[in-house]
Design a protein around this ligand. Structure first.
Ligand code: ADP
Ligand code: MG
Length: 441
């Protein structure tokens, strides 16, 4: 019938990779007076609509001898779900086809498909895909750490969604650490630890979010220690997120901290500019808006700290545009974000930090960016980088750029060095405090 002939034509016309990626996953469905094609996800749908719809319509005209409407919609994926582990590509595409019924508390929109990748998170994402495809055997536990709003919850729920899609019977529990603490307290009060253990010790996948909330909670840590051991021993997957590196979690038992490092520990860094732009474009597209690139760049330059704030800014722009019935222009963006921009301008600028620190140590401002590595320059530079990290919302790479194009690892090293010096050297610690005060008053 028509679709088969259409497939034959397109298979000849298109490079195999394009054909396999965009055309093959489409599923035909005949309506009364139009022809429907179902795409497995919005990505494919948008792409096909833009690149191939006209060609398919032309083929339909030739086949039916009259103009035939082609409706594109979202539908079931056409590839069958293998029981065992599929390729990374399938894993990335599949979760977007919303699993039948997600396990409790998993957000079906947190998928790998909707997760934008950049330097800041590519390692974490790759590890997450590995674990989603090989739960219990790849890395156990997987420990993901990073600041707020950088995508930790999104990423671990994406893992949960993939595991659920391929194995709907898997017992998956996503729990925020705070709720786990409450569960322990409840079990303690009602003397229902047996139930508690039955639940947590028999899971196939435990996703535990923001584990820094366990800090100082002795009983919780003890219960978690047992649950963790039971799961790891049974080769069940444990995935943990945290705002810091395992060894640096305050108020956490050593035996837990060391266990957190048994598998793989990966960081998510704040997104660099290009990634922020990509995120804005993608989120806009998901709302059906094609954002102009200069506008995406403008927003991405203003909102630097994390993805959550970036999303917030975009939502405000959209709301403002809808409300004032105007298109999205640079002027509209500036108006809608004016409170936010005002806050930013009140923030300490990196130039100000460089100038103040240079004055303080009696060096020239240009020596902040110079490549010279004499000791009398290195320390002030490290001080300024460390203050920039503390006082601005710039990412490590952004700070490195502001210091004459230095690498982000240099900035990271500077911040660590200053922390270390502040602890060992009282004079250093006083200088830091003084500079902080001068800069923030
Ligand atoms: P965290 O748990 O690290 O505080 P979240 O996972 O809650 O951060 O992310 C905050 C918001 O930003 C969520 O809406 C999430 O979907 C979005 N987000 C974070 N990282 C990305 C990314 N790389 N691509 C797309 N959206 C992202
Ligand atoms: Mg979170």
């Amino acid at each position: 019938e028509f679709w088969q002939s259409c497939l034959n034509h397109l298979a000849e016309d298109l490079p195999p990779q394009q054909f396999n990626t965009w055309i093959k996953p489409l599923k035909p469905a005949l309506d009364e007076d139009s022809f429907r094609l179902l795409a497995p996800n919005r990505f494919v749908l948008d792409w096909v609509k833009e690149k191939f719809l006209a060609r398919i319509e032309a083929l339909a005209l030739a086949y039916f001898g009259e103009p035939t409407e082609i409706n594109l919609g979202l539908g079931e994926p056409t590839f069958s779900m293998p029981r065992s582990v599929p390729s990374a590509v399938a894993a990335v595409i599949a979760p977007n086809t919303s699993p039948p019924e997600s396990p409790k508390r998993l957000n079906p929109t947190f998928t790998f498909d909707s997760f934008v990748t950049g330097k800041a998170n590519q390692l974490a994402r790759a590890a997450a895909i590995q674990v989603a495809e090989n739960p219990g055997t790849a890395y156990n536990p997987l420990f993901i750490y990073g600041g707020v709003g950088l995508g930790k919850t999104h990423l671990i729920q994406a893992i949960g969604n993939v595991v659920h899609t391929y194995n709907p019977a898997a017992r998956i529990s996503y729990i925020h650490a705070e709720n786990y603490v409450s569960d322990v307290v409840r079990a303690y009060r009602h003397k229902t630890f047996d139930d508690f253990k039955r639940h947590y010790h028999s899971l196939d996948l435990l996703l535990i979010d923001d584990i820094q909330f366990f800090s100082g909670k002795g009983r919780t840590q003890e219960e978690f220690f047992y649950a963790f051991n039971a799961l790891i021993e049974a080769r069940k997957q444990v995935i943990i997120t945290c705002d810091t590196y395992p060894k640096e979690i305050a108020g956490m038992e050593d035996r837990l901290k060391s266990r957190f490092g048994w598998g793989l520990t990966v960081a998510i860094e704040p997104p660099e500019l290009e990634m922020r732009v990509a995120i804005l474009l993608k989120k806009a597209l998901a709302e059906g808006v094609v954002l102009e690139e200069n506008i995406a760049f403008f927003i991405a330059k203003q909102v630097r700290s994390n993805v959550r704030e970036l999303e917030g800014a975009l939502k405000r722009v959209f709301a403002y545009a809808r409300f004032s019935a105007r298109g999205i222009s640079l002027d509209l963006v500036k108006e809608s974000l004016k409170d936010l921009l005002a806050v930013q301008s009140r923030q300490v600028s990196i130039e100000n930090i460089q100038k103040t620190v240079a004055d303080f140590y009696k060096i020239k401002v240009v020596e902040m960016y110079s490549k010279k590595r004499t000791r009398s320059l290195v320390r002030p530079r490290q001080m300024a980088m460390s203050l920039a990290k503390e006082l601005t919302s710039l990412s490590l790479p952004d700070i490195g750029d502001a210091f004459g194009g230095r690498d982000h690892t240099t900035v990271l090293h500077a911040c660590r060095k200053i922390v270390e010096l502040k602890e060992q050297d009282a004079a250093m610690s006083r200088e830091y405090a003084l500079l902080l005060q001068v800069l923030t008053s």
